[in-house]
Design a protein around this ligand. Sequence first.
Ligand SMILES: Cc1cc2nc3c(=O)[nH]c(=O)nc-3n(C[C@H](O)[C@H](O)[C@H](O)COP(=O)(O)O)c2cc1C
Length: 317
Amino acid sequence: MAKTINLTIKIGNLTFKNPVTVASGTFGSKDEYAKYVDYAKLGAIVTKTVTRKPRKGNPMPRIFETPSGMLNAIGLQNKGIDDFIEYKIPYFKKVKTHLIVNIAGESVEDFVYLAKKLDPEKSVSALELNISCPNVKKGLEFCAKPELAYEVVKAVKEATKHPIFTKLSPEAHDFLGVADSTIRAGSDGLSLINTIRGMAVDIEKCKPQIANVFGGLSGPAIRPIALRYLHEVKRRFDIPVMAMGGIMTAQDALEFLITGAHLISVGTANFVNPKATMEILEGIETYMKRKGHQSIDSVRGTLKVKPDSESLLAPAG
Ligand SMILES: Cc1cc2nc3c(=O)[nH]c(=O)nc-3n(C[C@H](O)[C@H](O)[C@H](O)COP(=O)(O)O)c2cc1C
């Protein structure tokens, strides 16, 4: 009789039914993808960033397709925490998977306010702290310096009983210092990576393709960078990572799992193929059967790196 494959992952007190989640801001704000994906089959749903007050977002154009990726400068458009609690939570309550709510603020106080508001919500499994949005004023402020990252995570940790994933960006100059400080402040996991600022030009109008000039680059173009940061984190810290950056297929997802990710998030791929998450899940199972893995835990971190190649990781300069 064929053995069943165990895809469950434990992070702290949470058990995820499989490692496939969706990246914040790329999966609508409620039921938009429900006709393509059975939400209950996902390991978790990560919401679009929710802020204290409603935000209109940035001026158009704020999306532009680039080679192997896209630029976006949406600017955290959302209806705010009160609307989220009143209209979105009741919907997600009925969905039988984990709900991870991504929050962002312009001050420590904003983050604490949001965490406290969500604290009584039993259908929320965890918070994702977006301290790395490149498209809003002060968006990258908290991951610019390890001390600021520490301060915000510590304050949220004290304000909530929900586990915390802190979302980081390679735009942080002292990336590993920031990762270290968020872990010391009590992050239960890290989310890696947010988009990386880029630019494109319309040569007829001689104008930037994005009204705000810069947009965050996502998609396959950033996958090698995301993998590199995941590896840098996993070789130094014992912390669960929800990994993202250009995951389009099961093969891409497996690169991150083998490098040590506990969970993977599908982002830009949802715009190209709304069923990408389900195909990735199936592909992971097919790979596990082919390789004789009975549990996803035995796939995670199987990357073989020769000890003498470690010198390649030393900072350049
Ligand atoms: C259109 C768009 C909107 C996004 N909005 C958010 C957001 O609200 N909050 C957030 O933390 N990340 C946001 N992201 C970043 C993604 O969650 C993810 O970190 C990034 O796109 C890398 O993954 P990918 O290459 O698979 O898309 C957004 C990305 C895109 C493309």
